[in-house]
Write a protein that binds this ligand. Structure first.
Ligand SMILES: [Zn+2]
Length: 439
């Protein structure tokens, strides 16, 4: 096999906002060497040519907020039952399975936003999945793993662990020094960053509008993580929480829920990235939550919150807040449907190009990988999709597996649906795997 490859297509969306008709992308080993029109960029002697015909090339997609280790409805009938049946060890295989489903849909990079288990944080298991992929043992997307560092009784604790369940010692931490120690332990275990919650959310025993820690505690977490050069992603639902995040200089604010003019102005001025996670705020997802056994009171809270989330998105966009795509796919909706988030952004006023950039260039920058991925430019990793159709004409084309013709990560083709015999990374065909809690 030749070291140099050329991908040739009908059109290229490079992620910077440019469109190149009839592109040639020259790839040397893992990285992009040259990009331009076929007239400007010649095929090097001996290079392997990958011609994807009428397809549109674009950078591999990035979801900056997903829970691959969640008891997702793709794999489990009822998350509330599955949490009693599934060990963390087994769940790491499902996390890999979920990652591969997303990978086949064009998500070449995903940032996992953590999960608690009765045996403690799930970060070590997720780090193992990440490293198995990085070491070439199994195929999957590039993963960044956030580990949860939260106070006792925080939303993120109660979200995945019922209040009556026994907890291991040290699963949560309180006060600046305990939290600093927890951050150090999580980073020692291999996490790429810290996830915490500054306000409540939608889980039993918490209220979305209450504070989840003091400013002093958030400052301690952020200062400690930054000392280790690791980012902090903060679950936040309220204006008070937004102010606390800006004060602490966190790296990303997760979710768009309640806000006001003053808090939005401060976030905008700070330049902190905000991750909308609107896919999990749709009627579709709320109905699925109801079917998954979420109590009616929480379903009501979710419905009442819905207009605020979309309103905050529009107001933050208007105020120039930096927006990076993230879905918050958790127990619902199905793994692999993340591109629907981009359709929501278009429905709420973004152009298709802006929407695509939230999941490419902007997402890469938000998660600290702006120098190596997110655009199709010389020097970056060759994470490239060939898409049937043009997502600039119809953003929905990214939602159909058949349209994701090729998925290349670091110069290697993992998914090829354009070949006479399509190639994917998962072994089971859709519908072949068993839902383990439905025997
Ligand atoms: Zn989340």
């Amino acid at each position: 096999m030749s070291e140099t490859r050329v991908v040739r297509a009908a059109k290229l969306i490079d992620g910077t906002g440019q469109i190149i008709p009839g592109p040639h992308v020259i790839i040397k080993d893992k990285c992009i060497e040259q990009v331009g029109t076929a007239d400007d960029v010649a095929v090097p002697f001996g290079a392997e040519v990958i011609d994807v015909g009428d397809c549109t090339l674009m950078p591999g997609l990035i979801d900056t907020h997903v829970h691959l280790g969640a008891l997702n409805c793709t794999s489990f009938g009822t998350a509330r039952i599955a949490r009693f049946e599934i060990t963390p060890q087994l769940q790491s295989f499902y996390a890999l399975f979920h990652a591969q489903i997303c990978f086949e849909m064009g998500f070449t990079t995903m940032r996992d936003a953590g999960r608690g288990t009765p045996r403690g944080d799930f970060a070590e298991e997720m780090c193992a999945v990440r490293d198995a992929i990085n070491n070439g043992i199994i195929a999957g997307p590039r993963l960044l793993i956030l580990a949860e560092c939260v106070i006792t009784g925080a939303h993120l604790e109660l979200l995945t662990l019922p209040r009556a369940m026994h907890r291991v010692a040290g699963a949560t931490a309180d006060g600046p020094w305990e939290l600093r120690k927890k951050v150090r332990e999580l980073i020692r275990s291999g996490a790429d960053g810290i996830k915490t919650s500054v306000t409540g959310g939608v889980s039993l025993g918490t209220d979305p509008e209450v504070r989840n820690m003091t400013q002093e505690e958030l400052d301690a977490i952020t200062d400690e993580a930054h000392a280790f050069k690791k980012p902090v992603a903060v679950h936040c639902f309220t204006p008070e929480g937004l102010h606390m995040c800006v004060n602490a200089k966190v790296d990303t604010i997760e979710h768009m829920v309640y806000s006001d003019e003053e808090s939005i102005a401060r976030v905008s001025e700070s330049g902190i990235w905000v991750v909308p996670t609107l896919l999990n705020r749709t009627e579709y997802a709320i109905d699925q939550n109801a079917r998954q056994g979420l109590p009616p009171s929480l379903i009501e809270t979710q419905r009442a919150m819905l207009p605020h989330c979309f309103g905050t998105f529009r107001e933050m966009k208007a105020a120039g807040v930096r927006i990076a795509m993230g879905t918050d796919i958790h127990n619902v909706p199905e793994m692999g449907c993340a591109a629907r988030e981009l359709e929501i952004y278009v429905d709420e006023g973004m152009t298709p190009m802006q929407s695509i950039q939230t999941a490419t260039r902007d997402a890469a920058e938000a998660i600290g990988l702006g120098d190596s991925i997110g655009t199709i430019e010389p020097g970056k990793f060759a994470d490239i999709l060939a898409v049937r159709g043009d997502p600039l004409d119809d953003i929905k084309v990214l939602q159909e597996a058949d349209n994701i013709g090729m998925v290349m990560k670091e110069g290697a083709v993992y998914v090829d649906r354009l070949a006479p015999v399509p190639r994917t990374v998962r072994h089971p065909e859709p519908g072949v795997w068993r839902k383990i809690d439905r025997e």
